[in-house]
Design a protein around this ligand. Structure first.
Ligand code: AHN
Ligand code: ZN
Length: 332
């Protein structure tokens, strides 16, 4: 019983009684009779999440206008559909800071599409065309983006699998944003361009997949796969989405993940959550690996060729996935 169920501390006995009383654990379905503190949350399979990360990386770098990017985008759409989401794909032509025209796609999977109360979950699925935090010879080499990109998408594909098996009370939209990581690179010597990051989320913010799209709050996953990752309060999230941020960190602590979710403020960064808030007024929390003691503010593999599958740790995917699921299934 315990191996297939996850629960908030203190709800163990009631959860056990409820599952026993419903008598349908074979199907994995559980009736939604529990109170907020005792909601039974379906199992997050971290090996499955890891598999979704490895599959994306195996396509090659997901840089817009490349065959690997096209193939991976098709895979993401098919996988969301296979897990029962209603899928919308936004085709976009975007202008990068270097003048290139990028053929890009936001891929959106919805659960309970009719529900008014909604939660937005997101991650970016493209990978950076430049290893510009690596040594100069590698600046023009695209990165695998196993952590920066694929980890968040991998956790969300596993969440999609779970949502497809057991519907939550509220509506959930999973958005895979494209062209997040084609931002300004100083080695090019080109003039600085404002708003060059997060092009896919800027497009979606202006042209949401549903007119006047609203959500109660959003969660953005970015770089959630490194061993011993540290998730500090990201500055913009703390200013604009404090209530859901606090809730997420509290849930993580209840689950015993206080070594990952640290109750301290880290840096403020420009990421997709900024545009989700700016354009749609949706408070959005960026769960992002920050390292206040490093010179970049991020973990050491960031925008280097070391951001590969070797540096992905299943346990980090696990703690993030379980925390997000616990939050979702507790929303009424
Ligand atoms: C900055 O580099 C300041 N923001 C980009 C956020 C990012 C890039 N996340 C992943 N890659
Ligand atoms: Zn990046």
């Amino acid at each position: 019983m315990r191996t297939i169920m996850q629960y908030i501390k203190g709800g163990a006995l009631l959860s056990f009684l409820l599952v026993t009383a419903c008598g349908n654990t074979q199907t994995g379905k559980v009736q939604e009779t529990a109170s907020v503190e005792n909601v039974i949350v379906p199992e997050f399979n971290a090996d499955s999440a890891y598999h979704y990360v490895a599959t994306q990386v195996a396509f090659g770098a997901r840089v817009p206008n490349t065959p690997a990017h096209k193939a991976c985008g098709d895979y993401l759409r098919e996988t969301l559909e296979r897990h029962g989401a209603k899928v919308v794909v936004q085709d976009m032509q975007l202008m990068a800071f270097d003048g290139k025209s990028l053929q890009a796609r936001n891929i959106i999977g919805s659960y309970n599409p009719e529900a008014k109360a909604r939660i937005l979950l997101s991650a970016h699925w493209d990978s950076r065309p430049f290893a510009d935090e690596d040594t100069a010879t590698h600046h023009k080499t695209p990165i695998d983006g196993a952590n920066d990109g694929a980890s968040g998408v991998g956790v969300l594909l596993e969440i999609a699998r779970v949502l497809g098996k057991q519907s939550p009370t509220i509506g959930v939209d999973i958005i895979f944003f494209d062209a997040e990581d084609y931002g300004y690179a100083s080695f090019t010597g080109l003039p600085y361009v404002e708003h060059s990051w997060c092009l896919g989320s800027q497009y979606w913010g202006r042209f949401p997949h549903v007119p006047d799209y609203k959500a109660r709050f959003g969660i953005l996953l970015d770089m959630v796969g490194a061993k011993n990752a540290t998730f500090y309060y990201e500055g913009f999230s703390k200013r604009t989405a404090y209530t859901p941020l606090k809730k997420i960190w509290d849930v993580a602590h209840q689950l015993g993940y206080e070594r990952y979710f640290i109750h301290e403020t880290g840096g403020e960064i420009t990421d997709d959550h900024v545009y989700i808030h700016q354009y749609r007024g949706i408070p959005c929390v960026d769960i992002v690996h920050l390292d206040p003691r490093s010179d970049t503010g991020f973990n050491p593999t960031w925008h280097t060729l070391q951001d590969n599958i070797e540096n992905i740790d299943t346990e980090t995917l696990n703690v993030v996935g379980r925390t997000v699921l616990q939050v979702i299934y507790n929303e009424k």
